[in-house]
Design a protein around this ligand. Sequence first.
Ligand SMILES: Cc1cc2nc3c(=O)[nH]c(=O)nc-3n(C[C@H](O)[C@H](O)[C@H](O)COP(=O)(O)OP(=O)(O)OC[C@H]3O[C@@H](n4cnc5c(N)ncnc54)[C@H](O)[C@@H]3O)c2cc1C
Length: 420
Amino acid sequence: MVYRASTQDYGAETFDESAFVQRVSAFLDNHCPRLDSVDQLIPESRTPPSEAMSLDAARSYQASLDDAGLAGLTYPTEYGGAGLTQRHQELFTQTAAGWRLPDGPLSISHGMCLPMLNEYGTHEQKSAYLPDNIRGTTIWCQMFSEPGAGSDIAGLSTRAVRDGDQWILDGQKVWTSGAHYCDLGLVVARTDPSLPKHQGLSMFIVDLQVSGIDIRPLLQISGTRGFNEVFFNGARIPASSLLGDVNQGWNLAVSMLMFERVSIGAGAGGLNTKRHPELIRLAHQLGRHTDPTVRQALAELVISEEIKDYVGQRIRSAIASGRVPGPEGSIAKLTGSLLARRVRDASMAILGPAGQAWGLADNAHSEARDWARFCVSAAGASIAGGTDEVQRNIIGERVLGLPKEPDPFKGAAWRDVPRS
Ligand SMILES: Cc1cc2nc3c(=O)[nH]c(=O)nc-3n(C[C@H](O)[C@H](O)[C@H](O)COP(=O)(O)OP(=O)(O)OC[C@H]3O[C@@H](n4cnc5c(N)ncnc54)[C@H](O)[C@@H]3O)c2cc1C
């Protein structure tokens, strides 16, 4: 990527873009492995890092980023951010695509909860929560999905009832990524069941240490425990925990889902990390680079990653010019989940039988094990943040102008709608 050496004027701020990119590159060189350096991608020890190690790495990277004045780039300095422009963020994201960042455990905290707190929080809430969130001192999770409400999130059943200067929460969430290591979460709960389903919801800031909250990690097919069931049994939170207005939770939820799709589809790291350098290195290492099917899979992967990059750039440019991204978020999210499958297929084509002959404790085949874990986790990318089908519905309705799905209970009170 070639950067202009000129200064750019973004509103009141003028800055030298190439100097900023150099500053970011210097920081990343000191703290993360480069993706284009084959040697750095061959880990010295193939023992996978424990969750505690990954969390420590994420927190320490984020604290260093904060010390360097590069954390929370677009957030106000008053609340612990760097007070820079969206253009700075765009440049950071583009530049960071060349390194492997260790900030995965912070992705929901920063990609979704932070922008929500900044957008809808009161001055008191922002002062209390933003600085620690930006620095990674506290980590946040998103608590939307329930056993009976995933794609149809507006149908959720967790109740919040006002009692004096407190709210009482009762109900169950599920698939809550990271709840077992998070400090706080944003919870959507039903505050008025007599209203239609989209209208009786509110969003709350919940300290996960309060009594009446039971967090149970779920074991996944990959052998990891990334997400949880969370039970609320009369958990009491202060009235000041309400984010936004009572019964306006649906608008906030839609906003947060948009941040989620943009974060998954166009942020730094995760589905936006280019995997082809590692796979090309692996193909050479295993002598598979001359196989025409492997070469074809790698060529398709490089092209798909390039396309994904352009979709992400389109979103980042929209944000940089002050526009709220619309269905582009769904296009980016869908592109990302399709890409995850390409990575999965290319890695399995290279590894051959070794991609299946692995054990959780098998260090001899540890690289095969890591890719096999990726293989079984890839399907999750098509579900998290709204399924591929749901993204296609949004694109169909909002981009192609197709008719909306019929809803026989439109306008009915939530409590009168039949549920399983
Ligand atoms: C890795 C991962 C991490 C996650 N992390 C979180 C988290 O941190 N917080 C959180 O709240 N949730 C999280 N989730 C949950 C996720 O948001 C839901 O799983 C997702 O929204 C789908 O809901 P569901 O599982 O209830 O499936 P359902 O909604 O029951 O869908 C079942 C199937 O029906 C299809 N379907 C449903 N409705 C329609 C429709 N209208 N048109 C066409 N097809 C339809 C779906 O595409 C799917 O194939 C996570 C999920 C995964 C996989």
